[in-house]
Design a protein around this ligand. Sequence first.
Ligand code: 5AD
Ligand code: SF4
Length: 443
Amino acid sequence: MNSQIPKTFHVKSFGCQMNVYDGARMTELLEAEGMKASADVGAADLVVLNTCHIRERAVDKIYSDIGRLRRDDGSRPMIAVAGCVAQAEGGEIPRRAPIVDIVVGPQAYHRLPELVAKAGRGEPALDTDMPIESKFGELPARRRQGPSAFLTIQEGCDKFCTYCVVPYTRGAEVSRGWSAILDEARALIDLGAKEITLLGQNVNAWTGEDEAGRIQGMDGLARALDRLNGLERIRYMTSHPSDMTDGLIRAHAEVEKLMPFLHLPVQSGNDRVLKAMNRSHAIHDYLDIIDRVRAARPDIAISGDFIVGFPGEKDSEFEDTLKIVEAVNYAQAYSFKYSPRPGTPAADMDEQVPAELMDERLQRLQALINQQQLEFNQAIVGRRTSVLLERQGKKPGQLIGKTPWLQSVHLETTAVVGDMVEVEILSAGPNSLAGAEFMKDAA
Ligand code: 5AD
Ligand code: SF4
């Protein structure tokens, strides 16, 4: 056991953007306790692994990462496992990996300082509670932010898709309050954020009362954020087709700062499979939403998630997934092999699809998606667009930023991170674009 209070720490986040957000909040919390963030995982006194449980490979990786924290001289840092693996596996983690000192779930990390103190005294430190009072009220004010910020507005899920662990690891669907969200948005803007991405497992299910007591949805929130000076771009993810309201679709036509991008996973292109997944919507519902969103905002980039090899998925049903990809024409999409997750209904279903067949389906799907991504990116070559510069590139003088359609662009520029610049797009690959800053006075 590690018997000292750490002076330095390193937080490593895996998985989704919400984990990135949680990692940032844990960092601020530990800093508020007087600890210093260290970029070097090999030198930090405390290492927090903020984990993802969505697919099996992610979980295996955590255990190998824990093993690697042992240092050459035989020492090791204090080790905390946070995030969704912590929630799902709880006390199993220190049993399987006894060098772990702290286990803390995604709804309990505001108690990290107490857990660190306990671990420092050599006591077991495990907290996977889902307390009624929200962690958000207990966390210190935001203190650091780059140009593009994440802001969690909704957490958890009540949909219970049969393959998914999220309802078990993140808990029931909860919306944060209107003024807490707007206060945090203002704080992020004061710290330099020009873009805010609203996060939630079902972000478009967000609901709350505004300051006048009116019931609002995500569209109302987007309209309120649109009025904040200093903020230039609003994004949100991940959305569920069943919560895609007319108001939100209309917002894409009317709210100036709302970016033309929609991440709307459908998972499969076949109605029988969707039903077995307990997805509460059919293919025609999904296509209808896409049509209406495109009518509201013709240039909108559509993004999605797909699972291949869900138990019982037949060849013809997989072909339907290729057909929906053809029909929608995605700007980008993520695709995954089905991974049985302990405790979920699909894990016990008959007819698990053999690994080789899943590989073959994934390759075919990814080839199609890559081609669509490339075509989407190529369509912007030769045009000018605004780019928010987010970080340094690999080459000197090179910066990397994003277009309104969430494409990564690299360019050489004398502008600095945080600037919004006009860029002419010169060339495109499937995953990024090359651009040059547009000079108005150039001959
Ligand atoms: N197996 C494979 N992919 C999954 N996802 C969620 N659960 C699983 C699983 N058990 C995918 C879905 C979801 C994305 C975040 O991860 O496509 O939208
Ligand atoms: Fe998981 Fe389905 Fe909820 Fe998304 S909607 S988090 S896939 S259960």
